[in-house]
Design a protein. Structure first.
Ligand SMILES: Cc1ncc(COP(=O)(O)O)c(C=O)c1O
Length: 427
């Protein structure tokens, strides 16, 4: 598989290089040179999750890794299901929170760990630097925990992720170093990019990124869109609308890549909270990020979404007009109201999924089938959910275990030199 840097097109890399390197020159994202397409999607949908996902990922990776290798990577990474659940007639939740850290990031984080292991020499020293708005951190930390040659440094906005999200990855120790940055998620993401721009530092610590900057994470996420549609009754597969709760727009990028492979999706909806740079852009054609506002759907508190250039690139290459994307932004009050209404109808959700559901409900037409992505387990946002529903959610075992452990994070000013010192110290 060849990939090119969408900012500096002459930089062309293999899958292995893209996985190892994360980001290209001048902070350019890597994007596949060829966009494969399946002729017989019905046959693909008829397969089970693991063989189907192996075919999808092999179609992108090509001959660089054998199908057997990809199959064992998929088997090791995807050890939990992605079920759909009928919330009401014609509307389904795609539950992506059945993995070890209870969020959709487990698919990408674990597949990236497998990919990195497949494309590096055993003794190569790597430092994975990643920014998280809450869930990536846990998935990456758990996927790489205890790997001898890999140090993981995770930046998160101090006080701006849920306490349980924080406990899940800031209590591990060993090769996992967690850093609470005095800033918001966009600041954390900017520090990561700045580190990648520093060629000397990059070489010195063997820098890699596990954000959705890394193409292997996005590719893994394509697979659950196919898995969702495969579970729909056949007569409901022709007019499917998928609503994606979006922050950094990796998940929507993966969905659009699934469509480019031939998955029959009529329309995607980019659903955000009030950090609505993309819905406003789709409305006005003006890219005008504002200061990030903290919300109860904190993992989507992003105003400079990193993956948007990949979406533009894909749409441009395939001649898809951006106006075909649905869009919508939801306030905290509306998210809470929706979550409450869903619960009254018998489905327990959390704020991110509730946002996707609300906009889907508003925009779904007669005869269409709706799917919305439930990106995290409600208990990860226990404080918020309990507050809205007036209940006391029980913690699933992994959360209860980590909740009882001591936080090991260090605080950091929003300052690149301070971060450089941390990266050197952990070696
Ligand atoms: C629970 C949850 N929902 C939605 C999102 C947004 O996904 P993306 O950043 O891929 O748009 C995130 C990202 O961190 C998340 O953790």
């Amino acid at each position: 598989m060849k990939l090119y840097n969408i900012k500096e097109n002459d930089e062309q890399v293999s899958f292995g290089q893209a996985v190892r390197q994360g980001l290209g020159r001048n902070q350019g994202l890597f994007f596949p040179s060829e966009l494969p397409k399946f002729d017989d999607v019905d046959a693909l949908l008829a397969e089970d999750f693991i063989p189907r996902s192996t075919k999808i990922l092999s179609a992108f990776i090509g001959e660089e890794l054998s199908q057997d290798t990809v199959k064992s990577m998929v088997e090791n990474a995807f050890q939990f299901p992605a079920p759909i659940h009928a919330v009401k007639e014609g509307v389904y939740a795609l539950e992506l929170f059945h993995g070890p850290t209870l969020a959709f990031k487990d698919f990408g984080g674990r597949f990236m760990a497998q990919s990195l292991a497949a494309v590096t020499e055993g003794n190569e020293q790597i430092t994975i630097l990643t920014a998280t708005s809450g869930d990536t951190g846990a998935a990456v930390a758990h996927a790489f925990y205890g790997m001898d040659n890999i140090k993981v440094v995770i930046l998160y906005p101090k006080g701006k992720i849920s306490p349980l999200q924080e406990k899940l990855f800031c209590t591990l120790g060993k090769n996992i170093h967690t850093v609470a940055v005095d800033g918001d998620f966009d600041d954390c993401q900017a520090l990561v990019k700045q580190s990648f721009d520093d060629a000397e530092l990059r070489k010195e610590v063997g820098l890699n990124s596990a954000n959705s900057i890394n193409i292997s994470r996005l590719m893994a996420q394509i697979c659950y869109y196919f898995e969702a549609v495969s579970q729909l009754p056949k007569e409901k597969r022709s007019d499917v609308v998928i609503s994606v709760p979006s922050g950094n727009f990796g998940n929507l990028t993966a969905g659009l890549l699934a469509k480019s492979l031939g998955l029959p999706v009529k329309r995607f909806i980019a659903a955000t909270n009030v950090n609505d740079t993309v819905p406003r852009y789709l409305e006005t054609g003006k890219w005008e990020p504002k200061t990030t506002i903290p919300t109860i759907s904190n993992a989507m508190d992003v105003s400079q979404p990193n993956n948007w250039p990949r979406i533009e690139e894909l749409c441009q290459r395939l001649g898809w007009g951006l106006e075909t994307l649905g869009k919508g932004a939801v306030t905290d009050e509306q998210s809470a109201e929706t979550l409450k209404a869903m619960n009254a109808e018998g489905y327990l959700c959390e704020p991110h999924g509730a946002i996707a559901y609300r906009i889907l409900e508003e925009q779904l037409n007669e005869g269409e089938t709706g799917l919305f992505l439930c990106t995290a387990h409600p208990a990860k946002f226990k404080e918020v959910v309990d507050d809205i529903l007036g209940g006391d959610l029980e913690l699933p075992a992994p959360l209860a275990k980590h909740n009882a452990m001591e936080l090991l994070s260090e605080d950091l000013a929003n300052d690149f030199d301070a971060l450089k010192a941390v990266l050197r110290k952990v070696q």
